[in-house]
Design a binder for this molecule. Structure first.
Ligand code: PEP
Length: 250
């Protein structure tokens, strides 16, 4: 049985005070939810937000991390620093890291293995661009990103896969639940081939791309969609809380 897992990626938004206010509001509203919830503020707000999450079941996530433990890497934030702040999960391979900052599967894989070696949970993002979708290579791209990101990763116990079609991120366009579910089904089959049927069955696969309160329930009603990775709509309690509380009516 996979526990529904809803995560909010706050990207490069919110001052410390704004982040704390939102975190406190989420703790008040979501404390009785029995879903798994994670929020990923900017690095600068991680420490203060951790303080707001004390005693709550909401996990603290980071949006990225450097590929080395420490050293001469100007501008990077290391896994040791994240652990020091009480971070429990890290989003890796987000499409904005891949496409705006040129991150490739090899680098993402180094980060994934480093995060796991320090007991962080990882949300590994994969997804095709519009051009790739229109070229009919969605599955090939997603397979390449999963194989590359998980190279030499033997245990998926701390891994969540987030399928985020790039053309649906921040654009207001959502993959239809059926299209998203088809790709999720493909990912589950791939995990079964690469690992085992049991691992494939147990691994949570989130969908991300313009998730809103009005489409969360339908997406979550699909067989292979186990969670949501939310960008824009995670920036306000008014939109994130109803997404976490989605009701599929079943
Ligand atoms: C994201 O950044 O992971 C994302 C899915 O963004 P949005 O919900 O704004 O499309």
């Amino acid at each position: 049985m996979r526990t529904p897992y809803i995560a909010g990626n706050w990207k490069m938004h919110k001052t410390t005070a704004e982040a704390e206010e939102l975190a406190r509001s989420l703790v008040r509203s979501l404390d009785r939810e029995n879903k798994k919830v994670m929020i990923a503020p900017a690095f600068t707000a991680l420490g203060p937000v951790k303080g707001c999450l004390e005693g709550s079941h909401i996990l603290l996530g980071a949006q990225n991390m450097g590929p080395e433990e420490q050293g001469a890497h100007t501008g990077e934030v290391s896994v040791l620093m994240l652990k020091d702040l009480g971070v429990e999960a890290v989003i890796l391979g987000h499409s904005e890291r891949r496409h705006k900052y040129g991150e490739q599967d090899d680098l993402i894989n180094r980060k994934v293995r480093l995060a796991l070696s320090h007991d962080l949970e990882v949300v590994l993002c994969v997804g095709e661009t519009l051009e790739q979708r229109e070229g009919g290579v969605t599955r090939r791209i997603v397979e390449q990103q999963i194989r590359g990101g998980l190279k030499e990763v033997g245990d998926l116990g701390r891994i969540t896969i987030a399928y985020e079609p790039v053309w649906a991120i921040g654009t207001g366009k959502t993959a239809t639940p059926k299209d998203a579910d088809d790709t999720h089904g493909f990912i589950r089959d791939l995990l079964s081939r690469l690992y085992s049927a049991k691992v494939a069955e147990d691994t949570v696969i989130q969908y991300g791309g313009s998730v809103k309160p009005n489409n969360a329930a339908e997406l979550m009603s699909m067989e292979n969609i186990d969670g949501l990775l939310v960008g824009g709509a995670s920036l306000a309690a008014d939109s994130f809380v109803p997404i976490v509380r989605y009701d599929t009516g079943s």
